[in-house]
Write a protein that binds this ligand. Structure first.
Ligand code: URA
Length: 214
């Protein structure tokens, strides 16, 4: 599990300043061919953070995460369990610039981008993180398990930005789900939808708790 509590070089930055620094980053080769840096989108702070792999073609063109086909599926899945993507989820990626031909990000690219992601988590202060796909699982949980084995299993972490434990759940990446269309019981899509329902239930728990404090 990566240490979400470490001080990064960006420790003194608030979210708008961090975004600005990301937008002019040249720490790795991915910066050379990008159109836009895709920092992330959503409210800051936010109870739910969703972390994908890296921007694709559409995301690179628009500067926003998950706006292509897999993004549409992600939005639909969030919607189907009653999570409003714009208002209730902060969406980010492991790397913020598009890898050529959508290849997996290289370990050196992930390392270069990691301090941005860590600072982003510290500022967004999620109570729940949903990890989409293998690079996200391997980067955040440093888990050697395959996504098929790790998905749907909650992991907790102690974080310095809140007294409660952070809850993390890995699931399949929507692009994998697009390639596996079956919705039958036990299929990847069915399993991912169940993971989404778990996230909604966990979020509702926090919403209720907040309401009770008012
Ligand atoms: N796939 C990702 O992992 N992230 C995006 O932003 C888009 C597609």
């Amino acid at each position: 599990m990566i240490d979400i509590n470490i001080k990064t070089d960006y420790d003194s930055l608030d979210y708008p300043s961090l975004k600005e620094v990301c937008q002019s980053c040249t720490k790795c080769e991915l910066s050379q061919n990008r159109t836009h840096v895709v920092v992330g989108s959503g409210p800051v702070p936010c109870n739910l953070m969703v972390i994908g792999e890296g921007p694709g073609e559409q995301e690179d063109m628009k500067g926003l995460p998950f706006v292509g086909r897999s993004g549409q599926l992600l939005t639909k899945m969030l919607d189907s369990v009653g999570i409003d993507r714009e208002k209730e989820a902060f969406i980010a990626n492991i790397v913020k610039c598009r890898p050529p031909q959508n290849r997996n990000p290289l370990p050196s690219e992930i390392e270069a981008c990691k301090p941005y992601l860590i600072r982003q988590i510290q500022l967004i202060k999620p109570k729940i993180i949903m990890l989409l796909g293998s690079p996200s699982l391997k980067t955040i949980l440093e888990d050697q398990l395959t996504i098929t084995r790790a998905r749907g299993k909650w992991v907790t972490a102690k974080v310095s930005y809140m007294p409660e434990l952070l809850y993390i759940i890995p699931t399949f990446h929507p692009s994998y789900l697009l390639r596996n269309a079956s919705k039958e019981k036990g299929s990847p899509k069915w399993l991912a939808w169940n993971d989404m329902k778990e996230v909604k239930a966990a979020l509702s728990f926090y919403d209720t708790e907040v309401l009770e404090q008012v």
